[in-house]
Design a protein around this ligand. Structure first.
Ligand SMILES: [Zn+2]
Length: 448
């Protein structure tokens, strides 16, 4: 589809129908990126006061917290933020209903988020919040010379169930993008993707670092040229981008590579500018940094965010579980959005079978999500590869779990992997953590 047509006759009406003011927010975000840091702080103080009051007035979870603090919900302001407890992903799972606002004008949508922590969460969002996330993303893609409607090649997951696939096809059509499945990418798939790219001629590519790296390497090894496609930018996300990956992708595509950092719970968090600084989406998120040094990065801080727009499920002081290193200076690009040198802690592995087929973490998360949706009481899961073929699925279950649930899961994973994987299920009281304290969804032979 032509970008202009896609932007103005498909995407724009779609946002209008959904009640998401993406385009008007985008215009205001294009201006506010040049605000001074002080002006951003003032703006955040206002928004923080509003979200704290709303949370305590409209959710069981935060009302109890305000009561515990002895503060009337209507008296809350930004200075009370530090008295609120941190919120972890585990709390989102356990207190999902209590965190949802009971009074909310307008409609909401649901977002299922995965991530590398072995816990998938369903989260409700109001339209303004989802619009603010999209506006922040489009503002940043604009830094790369892209705008809504430009054709995108998306190296990403594909839902397993037919209903989910139909929904994604519709979303892809609205956003003028074509999808290259990250779930299994053997050499034959990569050849097919290359042929598809040549036909579709995308303006940009977007996707998981691991998959784009794999594809770039494949194209270089087989001498499949990509530079004549004149791709404007490659945006990588969801996984850590090493300098080696960056130059590999850059060389193969002959296009600049930019790193995006976000999570399903709060959307876009950091975007890289053309000076290599990762900038905070300050209009949407309030950041707190807790010193959390590592040997390599003594300046590292744990990132804690408060979503300034999600009224449907207020997320206050949410501990994402990743670390950032502040830039410690103003970025030469001149934007007033706080800058960071790096973000890390996003190990998102894949499992490789004997014939070289790779299964991304999302593949396994979808399996768990699917089981959950059909009523299997799974709290957490972890996939541990024992040999090229043998996979142990560790489950933390809830009351009501039966052996046949595990057997059905095994059958499903084996079938979906075309029997490249042979599985066993072990029910455990809790999952093993890394030395860093982080839970890993995937323990592959490579990461062991
Ligand atoms: Zn910058």
């Amino acid at each position: 589809m032509q970008p202009w047509l896609a932007r103005n006759f498909v995407y724009r009406p779609a946002t209008w129908v959904r009640g998401e003011p993406v385009f008007s927010l985008l215009e205001s975000y294009k201006k506010s990126q040049w605000w001074s840091p002080e002006r951003h702080r003032e703006d955040q103080v206002k928004k923080l006061g509003h979200i704290l009051r709303h949370a305590a007035q409209s959710t069981t979870y935060y009302r109890a917290i305000a009561e515990g603090l002895g503060i009337a919900p209507s008296d809350l302001n930004a200075s009370h933020l530090r008295d609120f407890p941190y919120l972890q992903k585990q709390h989102l799972v356990e207190n999902n209903a209590a965190l949802q606002a009971w009074r909310l004008p307008g409609t909401t949508s649901w977002k299922t988020t995965g991530g590398s922590t072995g816990v998938a969460v369903r989260l409700r969002k109001n339209r303004w919040a989802t619009a603010a996330e999209q506006a922040a993303s489009w503002r940043s893609y604009g830094w790369y010379g892209l705008q809504a409607g430009d054709r995108q090649a998306r190296f990403w997951g594909t839902p397993i169930r037919a209903r989910g696939r139909a929904r994604y096809r519709a979303i892809d059509w609205v956003l003028n993008r074509s999808r290259f499945s990250a779930f299994a990418f053997g050499p034959k798939d990569l050849d097919r993707y290359y042929a598809q790219l040549r036909i579709q001629k995308p303006h940009w590519a977007y996707g998981y670092v691991s998959m784009l790296t794999e594809f770039a390497r494949h194209c270089q090894t087989k001498r499949l040229p990509l530079q004549d496609l004149k791709i404007r930018a490659v945006v990588t996300t969801s996984e850590m981008l090493t300098e080696g990956d960056r130059s590999l992708i850059q060389n193969a595509f002959q296009a600049p590579v930019y790193n995006e950092y976000g999570c399903g719970e709060v959307g876009a968090i950091l975007y890289e500018c053309d000076r290599g600084t990762l900038h905070a989406m300050a209009e949407n998120l309030h950041f707190e940094l807790k010193p959390d040094p590592t040997e390599q990065e003594p300046e590292a801080h744990a990132l804690i965010v408060t979503d300034l727009h999600n009224l449907a499920t207020p997320l206050i002081r949410y501990e994402i579980g990743d670390r950032v290193v502040p830039l410690g200076a103003d970025c030469p690009c001149g934007r007033g959005l706080a800058g960071f040198r790096t973000v890390f802690g996003r190990a998102y592995d894949f499992i490789e079978t004997a014939d070289g087929t790779r299964y991304h973490g999302e593949f396994f998360l979808y399996m768990i999500e699917e089981a959950r949706e059909s009523g299997v009481p799974i709290l957490q899961a972890q996939f541990s590869q024992k040999t090229a073929k043998n996979l142990e699925i560790r489950l933390v279950t809830q009351p009501g779990y039966k052996d046949h649930h595990g057997a059905a899961l095994i059958e499903r994973v084996e079938e979906m992997s075309s029997h490249r994987l042979k599985c066993q299920v072990t029910v455990v009281p809790q999952l093993e953590r890394e030395r860093s304290g982080k839970l890993r969804l995937i323990q592959s032979l490579k990461s062991a």
